[in-house]
Design a protein around this ligand. Structure first.
Ligand SMILES: Nc1ncnc2c1ncn2[C@@H]1O[C@H](COP(=O)(O)OP(=O)(O)OP(=O)(O)O)[C@@H](O)[C@H]1O
Ligand SMILES: [Mg+2]
Length: 402
């Protein structure tokens, strides 16, 4: 395996020694001296190595790399100048994917690089467990948020993403609450829908005609339309996999972007949904047993071919302290985390209680900032219009703007 490595090293002499060591197994090495150069050039490299860079700078570099689709999945190896435990922890907390300490052994360096790039290839690879097919954000239209565990932020992620999508495409974004028994999207948006999926599935013409289909959605001030979950859990069973297929097909005709809250119950209806999704976002908590469970489930889903969409893992820090290293989380999950949400004791809860998602109620907060980053990974960068020619025609047809 030959890699192209981009090395950031401020000290020229140290850089020479390190680049010789990196190049010895046959890898190509390019050296830059400034973080800005590294960020400008990183796209296309298979590994970034940071030589004795301080943790805050490492954190800033990794934020930039992860925020841009072209560099979001490039692994980062930090070379620590000493084996101080505090320094190594600081580097891991800054987001480095692995660390090696000077003086290192050539064999160890090669083994770590090989393991790191294999791990990233696997999580990026062609299987269902792709950490993200970040490059083709423009084509992403059905974005499903699902977690095998409840209470991990699924609805919070789905509602905030939908609101951000509607900033660019008012009245062309539909959020569907497929958490059939306990769906709370309406409550997160402070909406009181008079109709829901229940009435829709009883109206065969609306299941077959996009204009009629749209009349079942309730409109939010943000420009998001909501197709709400059935009013009580008892009706959940009346929705079938075939209904799911029809609903998604009509939603795609009537809207440009479809965000789905798929809740936490895995059944054949959700499998129908996954097979129609372009991306499945899985929020996870920093908790090893829960991460192991997600790992096992997704392995099984991809083996049976049920998870056809690419998967993006979002680490939701619902605890006050970060107790786990990112590398332990990635190992337990068997894939790489694509984005994370910071802990906040107040803004999420207030948003949920008042029915105004964080990106609207606290747009300058750290959680809102992280949601924006996630949205640009999912829907494309700030300047990237998701619009396609077909979508423009559709806008003309319906003519409604927020
Ligand atoms: N990072 C976080 N820090 C603090 N609180 C959070 C965080 N993320 C979500 N919450 C809060 O956790 C609660 C659960 O979130 P949410 O309803 O989005 O989860 P869910 O997975 O949809 O749950 P359910 O399984 O009940 O549908 C909400 O009160 C939310 O405000
Ligand atoms: Mg929920």
């Amino acid at each position: 395996m030959q890699l192209s490595i981009l090395l950031l090293a401020a000290d020229r002499i140290a850089a020479d020694a390190l680049s010789v060591a990196l190049a010895r197994p046959g890898h190509g090495v390019t050296v830059v001296a400034l973080p800005e150069e590294l960020i400008r050039q990183a796209a296309g490299y298979s590994l970034v190595v940071l030589d004795e860079v301080l943790a805050p700078t490492v954190a800033a570099i990794i934020t930039e790399l992860r925020g841009a689709p072209a560099t979001a999945t490039v692994p980062v190896l930090a070379v620590a100048g000493s084996d101080s435990l505090d320094d190594r922890i600081a580097l891991l907390e800054a987001g480095a994917d692995d660390i090696i300490t000077k003086p290192f052994d050539q064999v160890e360096l090669e083994a770590r690089i090989e393991a790191l790039s294999l791990r990233f290839q696997r999580s990026r690879g062609g299987t269902a467990r792709q950490a993200a097919s970040i490059g083709d954000a423009q084509s992403r239209r059905v974005v499903t948020v699902f977690s095998p565990k409840g209470g991990v932020g699924t609805t919070t992620v789905a509602t905030n993403l939908a609101l951000l999508a509607a900033e660019r495409h008012p009245n062309a974004v539909l959020i569907i609450d497929f958490d059939l028994a306990f769906g709370q999207v309406a409550s997160h948006l402070n909406l009181q829908p008079k109709q829901s999926l229940l009435e829709l599935i009883r109206d065969d013409s609306a299941l077959h005609e996009a204009e009629l289909f749209r009349t079942y959605a309730v409109h939010h001030a943000s420009g998001v339309h909501l197709l709400a979950a059935p009013p009580t859990p008892g009706f959940a069973a009346s929705v079938t996999g075939e209904h799911v297929d029809l609903v998604i097909a009509r939603a795609l005709e009537a809207y440009q972007i479809v965000v789905v809250d798929a809740g936490a119950t895995l059944d054949e209806r959700m499998l129908a949904l996954f097979s129609r999704s372009d991306i499945v976002i899985v929020p996870v908590l920093p908790e090893i047993p829960a991460l192991n469970a997600v790992h096992l489930l997704l392995d099984q889903l991809s083996e049976t071919g049920a998870m056809g969409a690419s998967t993006m893992f979002v680490l939701n820090n619902t605890f006050a302290r970060e107790l786990l290293r990112r590398s332990d989380i990635d190992n337990a999950l068997g894939a790489q985390i694509t984005a994370d949400l910071p802990y906040d004791p107040f803004v999420y809860l207030k948003a949920a209680n008042e029915g105004v998602p964080v990106v609207r109620s606290a747009p300058k907060s750290a959680p809102a900032e992280h949601f924006r980053k996630l949205a640009s990974l999912v829907f494309g960068g700030a300047g990237t219009a998701v619009a396609t020619p077909a979508a423009k025609e559709r806008k003309g047809l319906f003519g409604r703007r927020g």
